[in-house]
Design a binder for this molecule. Sequence first.
Ligand code: FMN
Length: 377
Amino acid sequence: MRLYFVRHGIAEDLATSDFARELTKRGRRRVATSAKVIQRLGLAPREIFSSPRLRARQTAEIIAEALGCGVTLSEAVNFGFDRAAVRRLTKNLSADDEVMFVGHNPDMSLLVSEMTGVDVSMKKGGLARVDVIGRAVDEGELVWLIAPKVFDALQDGMKATAAKDGVSLATPEQKLPATAQPVHELIKHRWSPVGFDRERDIDRETLLSILEAARWAASSFNLQPWRFIVARRQNHDEFQKVLSVLREGNQSWAQHAAVLMIAVTQTNRETDTPNRHAVHDLGLAVGQMVMQALEHGVYAHQMAGIYPEKAREIYQIPSEFEPLTAIALGYRSEELDHLGEGQREREAAPRQRKALSEIVFTGSWARPAAFLREGKA
Ligand SMILES: Cc1cc2nc3c(=O)[nH]c(=O)nc-3n(C[C@H](O)[C@H](O)[C@H](O)COP(=O)(O)O)c2cc1C
């Protein structure tokens, strides 16, 4: 059995009671960083037992969210956590299981020291792995001990590798949504930046893959009512042409994108009757495009702010087609000096959404679906 011991992150000094002491902002940030590394390390605890004290619980919850598992609060992991408690909490688990405990010092350090015979001092937010030897669950080998500083360094390393490999871990922390339910990593990491890398182009293969993803979207009667007018930054004249179709507010940041495109929808069927679902289908195709882009580490920012009639004129778009939106694609840049203050603020602002109860109904309009509450059908 593999046991992981975590000491809670940095907490506020004062609160109404010791029980209610919360993680500080820095504490949360650091634990979130650790959680990402822990996830990357492939830890898969069957159970996370946490002390019910708020700072431990918050630490456990941040880790649990990253690993997609739950937290069990247990008094046994509170002050006084000891070998007997480890035995009790693991008695129904099998030898192959992994278990995590989130608690407090000095008990956590003392316990790990006693179990392993190694003098261990756990920092706030630190993590120790102890592999149980033989049948005695309260004796083991200290396999590693990670201090929060090391987590920070590992996370920096992961970011650098991610940037090199073109995957999407470059998303800044404040942009990661506090999703109420688990969602795919790509959905979690997607957002609409205005800060694009002014140097890094999107190579042809990547761009083709992004467009291919749009091509394979579902559409009503398979009419595929989408067209894309695309310009790469390398083709200066074409890029400027698309740029000129954007409203000025969008031009100011979209000029730094690597690719610009105009998304056009076919409003009529071949029979000349209107296709009421054309806009829906274009949105779906763009949705797929955006996710495929992020898989390559490329971010997308969609824009309604265009001059459609200008696009129609420049590109001689036929009347049954309608230029609807534009899309900027590019690698994200953290260097934002060239942007206006409002844009820099927007880049740092946390992302928000309506609650499920505001958008998911059953029975009649605006009645939140009953199943949104636990135990209801
Ligand atoms: C169809 C559409 C049109 C949009 N138009 C603009 C726009 O013209 N200018 C802009 O800066 N952002 C635009 N956005 C971006 C939205 O403001 C952004 O998606 C929204 O605020 C949610 O933020 P997030 O994508 O970072 O989660 C548009 C997004 C969509 C889907």
